[in-house]
Design a protein around this ligand. Structure first.
Ligand code: NHR
Ligand code: GAR
Length: 220
């Protein structure tokens, strides 16, 4: 059992703008989220998430894929960096590289992702475009535990947003990001309070298996 009285140490993996990282930082600074942000790691040197980490006084590191022979070597290098910080949680926040099974196994149950769709719909890439092309009336984002099944691990919480008549990918993505900034800190808070955990290939809330993810309603 995870100790609920000790502050969880989190590592955040980013590839881009890092607005989800910023939402986590802000939530922690407000005191809504009692975790320690140990390190931010990026696979892209230009990721603005690295700047956000530096501004917040969080250690940051960039591990370049081009410096490594293959995915195993790359993931091994990332693991070595993370291990120095002994994270209780590894949070993928717009991290765009698929992780190898050995990475996932190493952090199974402590590895979370936020994926911009209402999983199980639209696993993989280009989710906003696909939702628009399919004429969906609702779209959103899902926080889930990462397993070897891409975007297929147990879901914790979803945020729904309407698809509006004149939406394009940018407008829809912006609306999804706004709900992501609510649900990622909320999922981490539930874990840090010991209310949500991973066991037997499922997510659990207050001792019950979460067969359907929690639903975050905009405006609540
Ligand atoms: N790794 C595992 N093992 N399982 C998951 O569920 C993962 C994962 C790594 C990242 C995030 C995911 C998303 O939320 C994620 C989930 C990247 C790709 C991808 O195809 C797919 C899904 C996700 C992240 N990446 C390409 C690759 O070859 C690179 C694409 C690019 O650089 O633009 O790694 O959507
Ligand atoms: C978020 O919408 C996140 O769900 C998505 O990228 C964006 C990152 O934004 N993740 C993926 O598409 C993973 N494949 P951010 O860098 O501003 O947090």
């Amino acid at each position: 059992m995870k100790q609920v009285d000790s502050t969880l140490r989190a590592a955040v993996l980013v590839s881009g703008g890092g607005t989800n990282l910023q939402a986590i930082i802000d939530s922690q600074k407000r005191g809504d989220l009692k975790i320690q942000l140990a390190v931010v790691l990026s696979d892209k040197p230009q990721a603005y998430g690295l700047v956000r980490a530096q501004q917040a006084g969080i250690d940051s590191v960039c591990v370049l894929p081009a410096d490594h022979a293959d995915r195993d070597a790359y993931d091994g290098a990332v693991l070595r960096h993370l291990d120095r910080y002994r994270p209780d949680l590894v949070l993928l926040a717009g991290f765009m590289r698929i992780l190898t099974p050995s990475f996932v196994t190493r952090y199974l149950g402590r590895l979370l992702n936020i994926h911009p769709s209402l999983l199980p719909k639209y696993a993989g890439l280009h989710t906003h475009r696909r939702a628009l092309e399919a004429g969906e009336r609702w779209h959103g984002s899902t926080v889930h535990y990462v397993t070897e099944v891409l975007d297929g691990g147990p879901r914790i919480i979803q945020g729904r947003v309407p698809v509006l008549p004149d939406d394009d990918v940018d407008r829809l993505a912006r609306r999804v990001l706004a709900v992501e900034h609510r649900i990622y800190p909320e999922a981490i808070r539930l874990i840090s309070e010991g209310r949500v955990h991973y066991a037997d290939a499922a997510a659990w809330l207050d001792g019950s298996r979460l067969d359907e993810p929690l639903q975050f309603e905009s405006g609540s």
